[in-house]
Ligand binder design. Structure first.
Ligand code: PMP
Ligand code: GLN
Length: 386
């Protein structure tokens, strides 16, 4: 075939940075602080329930909206943590991870030429999902050092073509957690312009400073917000790909329409196991947070000692750093060299930007790793110090 068979609008998407960097980590035997996945699996009691479900014969298609116990557990979780009341039949929908929920939402809510406001830097699948839907992404940039929302920019970014505001808080890759005043400003814009908000809250339990506030809890927001989360981060089970979307019946029904023809259903025996996880008592969630806070502090201090300019994240399991104090200025080149220089893999911020220049000197390190692995990574990175 002489010409590229991929449709033109998808040709710029390339391969996800996570695949490239994880392959590089394997090939060079480096410590992988790139792709965000824990190096210790989630709780045995959850895994055991998946094994039990397999042996109990729950191996055929799960119901389209998800198994009843998982939908009930999502209702319990949203009520318990945020006081949100949901109907398990109409207002909860299980998806193949948050990734599928975001893509299903974009395909369902965004038409050709519609604009989607998204916080930049954005998680790479957002750009792909918006593009697949034929939409146009409009970045609202969060800038170092504190990565706060530029409310004026948000307001001026709205046009008659704006359809959706796509949020992510806690935010990957910056670690920013949107504050109440920022969420209120977004809510004001959404209500004034009658926009739908799609919010990716997969790091909801990984907040170290401040607190996670679902935007759907602000006055007038439930009816226009589709909230997405998943089991991957909360239970250290990223490979299970169990996610969910919640919100008013019309929005949930919109993503049912697209999702049912993407995968229909997934992970039947894992769904009851995740249901168990969502029903677990608070100490599990509190320990997850305090363990990750310790890891954050360990890595951030280590990176600062090496000489990086570190932006300590309020949430997520990623820390971002500016490489310029170490004499580098291109995060992409730096991340490609880092395995050779120090035996460590990180992710360049630039891949998450349309304004590539803004992200160029920044890199992201994941700290969801055993303490000794983080300590070893910091030791290796000391080679960069002059
Ligand atoms: N959203 C964000 C912001 C993420 O960082 C990730 C990856 N961890 C996902 C979605 C993907 O979640 P899942 O693995 O459940 O598809
Ligand atoms: N969300 C993870 C990260 O940001 C990676 C998930 C993936 O590989 N797509 O590192």
């Amino acid at each position: 075939m002489t010409r590229n068979p991929l449709v033109p609008r998808l040709q710029g998407l390339g391969a996800t940075i996570f695949a490239e960097m994880s392959a590089l980590a394997l090939a060079t035997d480096s410590i992988n602080l790139g792709q965000g996945f824990p190096d210790v699996d989630g709780p045995d009691e959850i895994k055991q329930r998946a094994v039990d479900a397999i042996w109990a014969g729950r191996n055929q298609y799960a119901p389209g909206p998800g198994t009843p116990e998982l939908r009930s557990a999502v209702v319990h979780h949203q009520q318990h943590w945020y006081g949100i009341e949901l109907d398990p039949d109409d207002e909860v929908f299980v998806t193949a991870g948050a990734t599928e929920a975001v893509t299903a939402a974009m395909l369902a809510l965004v038409d050709t030429g519609d604009e989607v406001l998204a916080l930049e830097p954005y998680y790479d699948s957002y750009a792909a999902a918006i593009t697949m839907a034929g939409g146009v992404r409009v970045p609202v940039t969060l800038r170092a050092p504190d990565f706060r929302l530029d409310v004026d920019r948000l307001r001026t970014a709205v046009t008659p073509r704006t359809k959706v505001i796509l949020l992510n808080s806690p935010h990957n890759p910056t670690g920013a957690v949107l504050r109440h005043d920022e969420l209120q400003a977004i809510a004001d814009v959404a209500i004034e312009h009658d926009l739908v908000v799609v919010t990716d809250e997969v790091y909801e339990h990984l907040v170290y400073d401040g607190q996670h506030i679902p935007i759907s809890t602000l006055p007038g927001m439930f009816e226009r917000t589709l909230t997405i989360s998943s089991a991957g981060k909360t239970f250290g089970l990223t490979g299970w790909k169990v996610g969910w979307a919640t919100g008013p019946a019309e929005l949930v029904d919109a993503i049912r329409t697209t999702k049912q023809f993407m995968t229909y259903t997934n992970a039947a025996p894992m769904q009851p196991a995740i249901a168990h996880g969502l029903m677990m008592d608070d100490p599990y969630f509190n320990t997850l947070r305090s363990d990750l806070r310790r890891k954050r502090d360990l890595l951030c201090k280590g990176l600062a000692d090496v000489g990086f300019d570190v932006f300590v994240p309020a949430g997520t399991y990623f820390a971002s750093a500016d490489i310029r104090p170490l004499g580098y200025d291109d995060g992409f080149a730096f991340c490609r060299e880092l395995p050779k220089l120090a035996g460590v893999v990180a992710i360049p911020h630039a891949v998450f930007y349309d304004h590539v220049e803004i992200g160029r000197p920044l890199v992201r390190f994941a700290f969801c790793k055993r303490d000794e692995v983080l300590a070893e990574a910091v030791d290796r990175l000391r080679k960069l110090a002059h």
